[in-house]
Design a protein around this ligand. Structure first.
Ligand SMILES: *Cc1c(COP(=O)(O)O)cnc(C)c1O
Ligand SMILES: [Zn+2]
Length: 559
């Protein structure tokens, strides 16, 4: 178990870190930063780092998770740092590198955030979570949630491309499509989580997301060091297409850690690139504003970058750029699409439009001589163009289990300029509509893995509410209090076994008619069969049925 502290960015209060701490106990401030033992970590890394796994978890000491046993990984991180020589020749700078984040498990740099966020949820024993997304977070969280058995509700704004939405549903996530802007979608997701008492992922507001992005800086410095034949090296510039600002803030912090550990001798300048159709940070910076002027209706077609209201990320980044150098630049969609083609044709890198925005930004920075020809530049290629398997997947997934629900983000413009509120009544109705009639299932099973597997299979069917009990006695109490519509029962459990649970149920007039499906690993004797005969709906042998058979047996019984 790791032990470390955090500091509140608002009042400087320091306390020991507990998992998923949301706000400062002193002032309620949400912006918390972890404090690690950097000196000790520098010594450990000096001896051990080279022999560790090539994932973000090689930097374990500086990541906010308490127990390694909770890591949920798909091999994220340690993406290649590629020199782009043709692009470099064209722009007259021979030191341009691309950090190829397309090569993550779900093809965007959100995999770093997802791996850490889902691991932290697992550590906090969270079983169901809500996230708002412009696409890539939902895809990545869906993959990691599927892997760890957490049920996910993804709220996507209506501009998320169809292909990305389909990818999210493939993982079994519940998708709520909100016909409004991303900022409004975030608010609606928060209301839904509140209404359902579910865990809400707070994105950039949580220290987890920012800390995850640090690993980009660690890797860049380690990889550039290898190229230069030193242990670590910092580039002069880090360039990224920015929406909420989690990437640049995290990357800055990563380089700052390395600097404080005396592993690098400078902190790179950060270039924030936004699209003209949604450039609240760039515009506010050039107007000299201390807080960002939100963009109400983003007009860029590049939906991934649709954060119109950057909140506290903007003043933070503004300070960084003013103190340490850097730039705020905007480019238009057309330039970005052109760079998409250029990067594919000159370098063999096919990136999604949002990633090409960073490349268009680099071109502009070179042309305006903000970046000099001798400076080393790292551009984040943050995501891949999305593979399209339309013909195959369309019918199979989207039509068979339609999980995409629409709700209207009923927006009312107030008199005050800039203020937007949701018509409460309409929203509440929309949220209630998501609560269709559900049936409840109690799983009584002593093996945690088997229980998790059953829950995982069943939670993808929206219509089931799931209760679990780890032994016969708890199971009986659960059946008595919840009166579920169906019981999934294991036979072999210590103390009160499944047979006893069944006997107790049948002896109780109120519980006698609740259907039971037995799932067992026991080789049944003829005496066992006799005890079950006529009293259960069906019997499934562990390890011998596939998930669709289970779902089918259940829906037959509950019909
Ligand atoms: C999320 C995302 C961005 C913007 O990320 P920030 O939160 O602003 O750092 C850029 N490109 C891609 C591909 C993304 O998925
Ligand atoms: Zn505080």
């Amino acid at each position: 178990m790791k032990k470390f502290f955090y500091r509140c960015n608002n009042c400087n209060h320091i306390s020991e870190y507990t998992n998923l701490i949301g706000a400062c106990p002193q002032c309620g401030g949400e912006w918390l930063d972890p404090l690690y033992n950097l000196e000790e970590t520098a010594q450990i890394w000096d001896k051990e780092l080279f022999q560790r796994d090539h994932t973000i978890w090689r930097y374990w000491e500086l990541l906010p998770l308490l127990d390694k046993a909770n890591i949920v990984s798909l091999g994220e991180g340690w993406t290649p740092l590629l020199q782009v020589e043709n692009m470099g020749a064209m722009l007259g700078n021979r030191h341009i590198f691309v950090k190829d984040e397309r090569q993550g498990p779900t093809a965007s740099f959100k995999d770093r955030q997802a791996s850490l966020a889902i691991s932290a949820m697992k550590e906090a024993d969270i079983r169901e979570a809500v996230v708002a997304s412009t696409g890539n977070v939902a895809i990545s969280y869906s993959a990691y949630c599927a892997r760890s058995g957490i049920k996910l509700w993804a709220f996507l704004d209506s501009n998320v491309p169809h292909e990305k939405m389909r990818e999210v549903t493939l993982y079994g996530t519940e998708v709520i499509k909100v016909s409004s802007s991303y900022d409004m979608t975030k608010q609606i997701a928060a209301k839904f989580a509140d209404y359902r008492h579910l865990f809400l992922d707070k994105g950039i507001k949580s220290l987890i997301a920012r800390e995850a992005m640090k690993t980009l800086a660690f890797e860049i410095a380690e990889q550039l060091g290898r190229i230069r034949g030193t242990r670590w090296a910092a580039p002069d510039w880090y360039i990224q297409a920015v929406s909420g600002g989690m990437g640049p803030i995290g990357v800055w912090r990563g380089f700052k850690d390395l600097y404080d550990m005396k592993l690098i001798d400078k902190i790179p300048k950060i270039a924030i690139i936004q699209t003209e159709g949604c450039a609240p940070m760039v515009n506010s910076f050039h107007k000299g504003l201390e807080t960002a002027e939100p963009v109400q209706n983003p007009t860029s077609v590049i939906n991934v970058l649709a954060t119109g209201n950057p909140g506290p990320a903007y003043p933070f980044l503004r300070n960084l750029v003013r103190q340490h150098g850097g730039a705020f630049v905007k480019v238009n969609d057309q330039e970005s699409f052109r760079l998409m083609r250029v990067m594919a044709q000159l370098e063999g890198l096919s990136m999604e439009p949002a990633a090409a925005v960073a490349c268009a930004g680099l071109v502009k920075l070179m042309q305006e001589q903000i970046v000099s020809p001798t400076e080393t530049v790292v551009v984040n290629a943050s995501g891949h163009t999305f593979p399209i398997e339309k013909q195959i997947l369309e019918n199979e997934i989207v039509k068979r289990h339609t999980r995409v629900q629409n709700i209207e983000g009923d927006v009312v413009e107030n008199m005050e300029p800039g203020a937007v509120s949701i018509r409460q009544e309409g929203l509440l109705n929309a949220l209630k509509r998501l609560d269709e009639r559900v049936q409840s299932i109690a799983i009584i099973e002593d093996e945690p893995d088997a229980r998790l597997l059953l829950r995982r299979i069943l939670q993808y069917e929206r219509k089931y509410k799931i209760y679990e009990a780890p032994d016969g006695a708890t199971g009986m109490a659960l059946i008595q209090s919840k009166k579920p519509d169906l019981v999934l029962l294991d036979l072999m459990m210590p103390e009160v076994d499944g047979f006893t649970v069944l006997d107790t149920m049948k002896a109780n007039e109120q519980l006698r008619d609740i259907p039971v499906i037995v799932i067992t690993a026991k080789d049944l004797t003829s005496q066992d069969y006799q005890r079950l005969s006529g009293r259960i709906e069906s019997l499934l042998q562990k390890g011998e049925f596939m998930e669709d058979q289970l779902v089918e047996s259940i829906s037959d019984v509950l019909k």
